[in-house]
Design a protein around this ligand. Structure first.
Ligand code: CA
Length: 281
């Protein structure tokens, strides 16, 4: 067992500076002053474990189901639905998708798996116990991430919007715009619903957002930048040997799964060699 501790002290403003290049966050000071939203709290965490992860898995969706991880992997010709043993990373069940489908996020609602596709405008449904296909539903926009609350599926599409939809029909019930003290927060990706809040990966950023699903305000942020630079980032050197870089390969932080029993989060990234288990403090 690898026990590591990461206590985060990096100020929000430092993160914005280091991320840079995001025009939506480059608002001038007067706009920020007019904006009534408080800056997100920096959420401290402890890394309590790391487990092996298939470096061929372009992780798009991750969720705990009956003591296993369910994972959706993307890319054309490599998209799949998997059941993965948490401790060993062993894939106990895997189903390949048609090579023309680029799979995205995944969630389980009432024992039905919902798996998004990126630009195929389809949501695939399977029985969670055996991956038996149940059907598919049309989705007009792009599919990036998906989770659910007690009544709705919640879908992201790479913008600042969260779509709350009825699970059986995907009928739109409401749209929530996500924002922080500097304005709209776009590129929302993989999602996880935990204790009344939506947690979201943001594409190409090394942090996870905690979003109030009623207001859309970002109320907290798990900054994984320092920790990942020290750990998984260096392990991505295997990509270099294959003539690629993490950025060229799209090997970014993506994948959040809540372990209700232990109140911990499993987090990983596309093509990453590890899944980390963290506990929020
Ligand atoms: Ca998830």
């Amino acid at each position: 067992m690898k026990r590591l501790h990461a206590s985060l002290t990096t100020a929000w403003i430092v993160l914005l500076f280091s991320c840079g290049g995001n025009t939506e966050n480059n608002l001038d000071q007067s706009s920020a002053v007019d904006n009534p939203i408080a800056a997100p709290a920096n959420l401290s965490y402890t890394v309590i474990n790391s487990y092996p992860h298939d470096t061929a898995a372009f992780t798009q969706g991750l969720e705990v189901y009956q003591n296993n991880l369910l994972e959706s992997t993307g890319l054309f010709g490599r998209s799949s639905l998997r059941r993965v043993d948490i401790q060993t990373g062993r894939i106990s069940k895997s189903q390949k998708l048609d090579s023309l489908i680029f799979a995205e996020g995944l969630t389980v609602f009432n024992d039905t798996i919902y798996q998004l596709s990126w630009e195929n405008h389809l949501v695939f449904m399977y029985a969670a116990k055996d991956f038996k296909p149940i059907g598919q539903l049309p989705w007009t926009g792009e599919g990036w991430g998906i989770t659910h609350d007690d009544n709705n599926l919640i879908i992201s599409e790479g913008s600042d919007k969260l779509y709350f939809v009825e699970p059986h029909t995907l009928k739109l019930k409401k749209i929530v715009s996500v924002k922080d003290q500097l304005g709209a927060v776009n590129n929302l990706n993989e999602l996880e619903f935990i204790d009344g809040y939506v947690y979201a990966n943001r594409w190409q950023y090394d942090y996870i957002l905690k979003i109030d699903p009623n207001s859309g305000y970002v109320v907290g942020m798990i900054n994984l930048q320092d920790f990942l630079q020290k750990n998984s980032r260096s392990d991505l050197s295997y990509l270099k040997r294959e003539g690629s870089t993490a950025m060229q390969s799209g090997a970014v932080l993506n994948g959040i799964a809540y372990n209700k029993k232990e109140k911990t989060l499993f987090i990983t990234g596309k093509l990453w060699p590890e899944i980390f288990e963290i506990r929020l403090q």
